[in-house]
Design a protein around this ligand. Structure first.
Ligand SMILES: NC(=O)c1ccc[n+]([C@@H]2O[C@H](COP(=O)([O-])OP(=O)(O)OC[C@H]3O[C@@H](n4cnc5c(N)ncnc54)[C@H](OP(=O)(O)O)[C@@H]3O)[C@@H](O)[C@H]2O)c1
Length: 289
């Protein structure tokens, strides 16, 4: 199906006329499961594309794997080169852009590379997952009393500014794909945490606010913007001791898995969430009850 340009025309951004739409309008009639659309679309040549930051480990890796298994093309972005053994999805090497997201001057080049890889095609989803959470040299939490100014800057560049710039830079492609943006926030954006530092926590709170602002600004163009806020999730940085200490404090008495987080992001990027925008979904085993 060929879509008309959406409602509003963005100043300085001509509409993407005539491009394939993978948006809400393409949902099959009769209530078919939208999760299965992706595989069907992939098979029929209408493959959806995801740009995913920070896919080499943890939540990002599980997310890339889930979308890839559902038939999506995954384009990744992080500092290190693509590692086949860690990210075993097809054509990962050609679909990776190495970039230091803390350096805003590097972003225009990275965005150009992403656009080149998209080749003028539509983008169905952008997931801003990469983040940094620096500790002191002794591994202690950095507080609002002792966080160096350079740390504040790099945390805010990676965790907040990069999502803004990537979304802005890929606007035309997201619009053509009637895409979905998911910002990965955190439970620490709304409460002080024993390990996460002040710069990290405030950057995540700002990202929650940014999600609301972006949802408002992007909605007229058919682009949805949501956030997911994980609680304690089992990734490489969590030691078994920390896990054992935290689990009894969680109503569900366990920490979450990256796959459980990935599934919520998949929902937000699917037709099942076609009327959901400006929301933050908490994934934390009941820690906010
Ligand atoms: N794990 C948790 O319990 C938890 C809880 C709440 C929220 N979150 C959020 O969930 C997201 C993923 O967390 P995670 O624990 O899975 O992360 P992680 O294991 O620390 O992985 C971070 C990813 O981001 C990339 N990255 C880091 N710094 C970067 C930079 N400066 N430029 C470009 N890429 C960079 C890394 O790749 P390279 O090393 O190649 O750059 C890596 O792929 C983050 O937004 C985090 O804040 C996690």
């Amino acid at each position: 199906m060929h879509s008309e340009p959406l409602q509003a025309e963005r100043p300085g951004h001509p509409g993407a006329h005539g491009l394939e739409s993978h948006g809400p309008g393409t949902a099959p009639a009769g209530g078919a499961c939208p999760f299965h659309n992706d595989q069907r679309e992939a098979r029929s040549g209408k493959q959806k594309t995801l740009v995913l930051t920070g896919a080499s480990r943890g939540i990002g890796h599980a997310t890339g794997k889930l979308f890839s298994d559902a038939g999506w093309r995954i384009i990744t972005c992080s500092r290190q080169p693509f590692a086949d053994d860690r990210c075993p999805w097809a054509t990962g090497m050609e679909n990776h852009v190495a970039v230091e997201l803390a350096d805003h001057r590097a972003l225009p080049r990275a965005i150009d590379e992403l656009k080149e890889k998209l080749g003028g095609g539509p983008l169905s989803a952008l997931i801003n997952n990469a983040a940094i959470s620096p500790k002191s040299a002794e591994g202690e939490r950095l507080t609002s009393l002792n966080t160096p100014v350079g740390t504040w800057m790099s945390v805010f560049h990676v965790n907040l500014l990069a999502p803004v710039m990537l979304a802005q830079g890929l606007f035309d492609e997201l619009r053509a794909g009637q895409g979905s943006i998911v910002n990965v926030t955190s439970i620490v954006g709304s409460r002080v945490h024993p390990f996460a530092g002040s710069a990290y926590a405030t950057s995540k709170a700002a990202l929650t606010c940014l999600t609301r602002e972006m949802a408002h600004d992007y909605a007229p163009y058919g682009i949805r913007v949501n956030a997911i806020a994980p609680g304690e999730i089992k990734t490489d940085i969590l030691s078994p001791e920390t896990e054992a200490m935290l689990a009894p404090t969680i109503p569900m008495r366990r920490i979450g898995t990256p796959e459980e987080v990935a599934k919520v992001m998949f929902f937000l990027c699917s037709d099942a969430a076609s009327y959901v925008t400006g929301e933050e979904i908490h994934i934390n085993g009941g820690q906010r009850v």
